[in-house]
Structures are given as C-alpha cells and as structure tokens.
Design a protein around this ligand. Structure first.
Ligand SMILES: [Zn+2]
Length: 252
C-alpha cells in the first residue's frame, strides 16, 4: 500500500467535500494509510476525531506560521501529544512569502514547537517557503523529521540530509516545469524520501486545477519511480519502510 504522509482532511480545508468519500477513494486506489497534519489550531479536535474513528488515519499536530502570534503550549498539550494516534508535530516552520513583518513572531512560534518536539521526542513536519537560511539555522539536527512538500534548493536539501531529515515529494514533482525539483529528488537517497499530496492543494498531473485528494498520491509515486529508476512495486515497499522510520509511533 501507498501512504499519503501529509493530507489535510479536516473540515475547514475541504469544505463541502465528504471525508468518507475521500478516504474510500484513497483506499480503492491503494492508498492504505493517511497522515493528517494540522495548520490552524482550531482544526486539532477534528484531526483527532478523524484519527480516532479511522484505523488508517494518523495525525501530526502543529501550528503553521501563518497563524502567528499564538502560544503553542495552549494547543500542543500533553494529552494531545501523548494521544496514541498523534505521530508527530506539524506542520510547523517558516513562511516569508507574504512579507517580512512577522518574522520574529514566526521564529518564536517555530522554536517553541521545536522545544515541545524535543520534550516529547516526536518527529516534526516542516513547512518552509522563501525562508531557507533561517530554517537551516534553526533546525540544527537535534530534532528529526521531514521537510514536507519539499521544493527548496539542493543546497538546503544537502544541509538537511546531513541533519538526518527526510524529504516529502508532493504533486509538484509531476509538474512539467518542475525539472529542478526532480533533479533534487534524483540526488536524495531513496531511504530518505516519502510522498504526500498536501491535499486539498497541489493536485498532481493529470489532475491539476482539481481539488487534490489522497488517492492522487499514486501519480507522484509514478513520477518518483521514474526519477529513481525503480519499479512502482519496489518503491511502494521502500516508502512504507521510510514512513515507519520517520514516524515510529505509527502502526502499519
Ligand atoms: Zn500542508
């Protein structure tokens, strides 16, 4: 089975779309496990409920930089993080795409969540956009995890490889103009790669422009298999092993 390591399945992201339909279509397509992150802390109860009610859904809990200023301690509580279905902290990180005015607040929230990850020994799912330098300066290697929807430079990939991180390929890997990202993934060792949809965003070719859902992760797998020169079957096995290493709490 394939595993979608990052799909937003909580209601506020997929309004008007039936979660159960999405989950059924994923399973029909051979996507047996889904990991649902949070970005907006108000989605935490919905993410936990999904994971509690579906045997094949796990979640990571975190606050995306877009929601600063917030106190992470208020949301990433002990009862949430020790929940058996919560396998990591994410998505967290830095996003300077919309300007520089709240950088200090973003860094504060990011560091606060990394401290929590250390305390609970949980891996992190990192969002980074137009913030490579600060991301590399903050993630010094004492916390492990995954660079989610990785589209940054080979330069950042090299640094994060040295620090033990994994890299998640999203639907962007299939885009016609994503040659540079395919080259980066060609260079990243196969035991450091996982895949995701980042649903409902970034639908892969041939579904571009549609609402993305976990079933579509197969298209990213197809392109990754070509990039790495392995069969889809081989890739499936390797990726599942990587997910187990990335998120040790997950039961597969
Ligand atoms: Zn995401």
């Amino acid at each position: 089975m394939f595993i979608d390591t990052h799909c937003h399945l909580t209601d506020s992201y997929c309004e008007g779309v039936d979660n159960n339909d999405i989950i059924c279509r994923a399973m029909d397509a051979g996507v047996g496990v889904m990991i649902c992150p949070t970005a907006d802390p108000s989605d935490i109860p919905a993410a936990l409920k999904l994971a509690d009610t579906h045997k094949n859904i796990f979640c990571t809990i975190g606050i995306h930089p877009e929601y600063v200023p917030l106190d992470a301690e208020q949301y990433l509580t002990e009862s949430v993080l020790t929940h058996p279905r919560v396998v990591g902290i994410g998505e967290i990180g830095l996003d300077y795409h919309y300007g520089a005015d709240n950088r200090a607040q973003q860094i504060k929230l990011f560091e606060q969540q990394l401290d929590i990850a250390r305390k609970y020994a949980l891996p992190v799912a990192i969002h980074t956009r137009e913030a490579e330098e600060d991301t590399a300066a903050i993630l010094t290697g004492d916390v492990g995890g995954v660079m989610h929807c990785f589209t940054s430079s080979w330069n950042l990939a090299k640094k994060m490889l040295d620090r033990g991180f994994m890299f998640s390929a999203s639907g962007i890997l299939t885009f016609k103009n994503a040659g540079e990202i395919r080259e980066t993934f060609a260079k990243i060792p196969l035991d450091r790669i996982v895949i995701e949809t980042d649903a409902p965003y970034c639908a892969p070719v041939p579904y571009r422009g549609k609402v993305c859902e976990p079933a579509m992760v197969i298209e990213t797998a197809r392109v990754l298999a070509q990039v790495k020169g392995v069969s889809l079957e081989q890739l499936k096995t390797l990726l599942a092993e990587n997910v187990k290493r990335l998120y040790p709490k997950i039961e597969l």
